[in-house]
Design a binder for this molecule. Structure first.
Ligand code: KG4
Ligand code: ZN
Length: 362
């Protein structure tokens, strides 16, 4: 039996979890505690890094204590401590990784420095026992990527955003329209009573040979349309939201279908190829339905883990830790690991826009 304590603090969720793997049986999430900071950031219309870091400091030890208590596990019975070491907001990463180092050092346990994106990438193996290889679509507030997942540590990014992340586009659209934070769910709610064909918004990158995503042009088009008809009635807001959401789903479908075709070409013998979706935007019903139809047409299985495990959580970090242990991927000098605000999952793909501090933040 392997039991790993996971810690996640890369954005605005303070989370800890214990996951166990017992021989050949399915892994079990023994506890999964997530404290969202949405209320702390709502007044600012987005995550404020300094506020996030301070909130993590205040909450994390209590959250870890709760995760251990919920799991019925004593720290002595834990095999390793896994913490998100990047990418993300550096203040939060420092809090999580330093806490994990302290716990691991005090308890005499190995430390595993985990890439947050790897946590998302491996979640479908925790929830659905999915076998390699498969395709991952990660659509959150910080990331928009398509990744080919072929093994633990074997990731290849096939597409990324060249500007805003998709969740960020939802959040900024909401802010422009005066809808509360977080924008995604509120844009979706308003769109339900809107007219999706009223505004002909662009479908960024649609048909492009470059496989990547772009959302900033769409955001500008939304701003211009809103300015042109200001002041907006409730119906106007609903129409803008519905038109925006339709444009997003359409652009996303184009990008994803390209990736599905590439996957089929690279893995022609794969009996049941699968597309896994992760990230908060996966909660969007229209986007989910669009992806389902695409997968159906292309002969792909569509895997959407429960939303609680699609959005940021520590169970995925603990699970990635277990996968590392099983694959013999323990870091030799994990205690020396310094948090990385930018940390591509795939070291092979060249950055699309600059690199280091000049790279696309998503
Ligand atoms: O994965 P997540 O909880 O956190 C990170 O960004 O790491 O994703 C949050 C993002 C936010 O940008 C939020 O607006 C978006 O997911 N989101 C949605 C919906 N629910 C959350 N976007 C579109 N439709 C939704 N229903
Ligand atoms: Zn995430």
């Amino acid at each position: 039996m392997i039991r790993v304590l996971g810690i996640e603090t890369s954005c605005d969720e303070t989370a800890a979890s214990v996951v166990a793997l017992d021989g050949a049986s399915a892994p079990r999430i023994l506890s999964n505690v997530v404290l969202s900071q949405i209320a702390e950031h709502a007044a600012f219309g987005g995550v404020v890094p300094e506020i996030a870091a301070r909130a993590h400091v205040e909450a994390l030890d209590g959250i870890v204590e709760a995760a251990l208590a919920d799991s019925g596990t004593d720290l002595r019975d834990i095999d390793a401590v896994a913490a998100t070491a990047g990418p993300g907001l550096v203040g939060g990463l420092i809090v999580g990784l330093m806490t994990a180092k302290a716990i691991a050092a005090a308890a005499g346990k190995p430390l595993l420095a985990i890439n947050h994106l790897e946590g998302h990438a491996l979640t479908a193996r925790l929830t659905d026992g999915l076998a390699f290889p498969y395709l991952l679509l990660l659509v959150s507030g910080g990331h928009t990527q398509i990744v080919r997942v072929a093994g633990v540590g074997d990731y290849q990014r096939w597409a990324t955003t060249i500007d805003d992340a998709l969740g960020e586009a939802f959040d900024k659209t909401a802010k422009m329209l005066g809808l509360p934070y977080p924008g995604g769910p509120n844009v979706e709610k308003a769109a339900a009573t809107g007219e999706p064909t009223r505004f002909a918004f662009p479908r960024p990158m649609k048909g492009s040979a470059q496989p990547d995503f772009s959302f900033s042009g769409l955001k500008t088009a939304v701003r211009q349309a809103a300015h042109a008809i200001a002041p907006l009635t409730e119906q106007d807001v609903a129409d803008v939201c519905a038109s925006f959401q339709t444009a997003v789903a359409d652009a996303l479908a184009d990008r994803v279908s390209r990736a599905l075709a590439r996957f089929k070409a690279e893995f022609p013998h794969e009996q049941q190829p699968a597309l896994v979706v992760a990230g908060g935007v996966a909660a969007n019903q229209m986007i989910k339905a669009t992806l389902e139809v695409l997968c159906d047409k292309a002969g792909f299985r569509f895997v959407a883990p429960p939303l609680k495990l699609c959005t940021d959580n520590a169970a995925m970090i603990a699970w990635a830790g277990i996968e590392h242990l099983n694959a013999g991927l323990e870091e030799e000098n994990a205690f020396d690991f310094v948090p990385r605000s930018r940390w591509p999952l795939d070291a092979i793909s060249t950055p699309v826009v600059g690199s280091g501090r000049r790279g696309a933040k998503a």
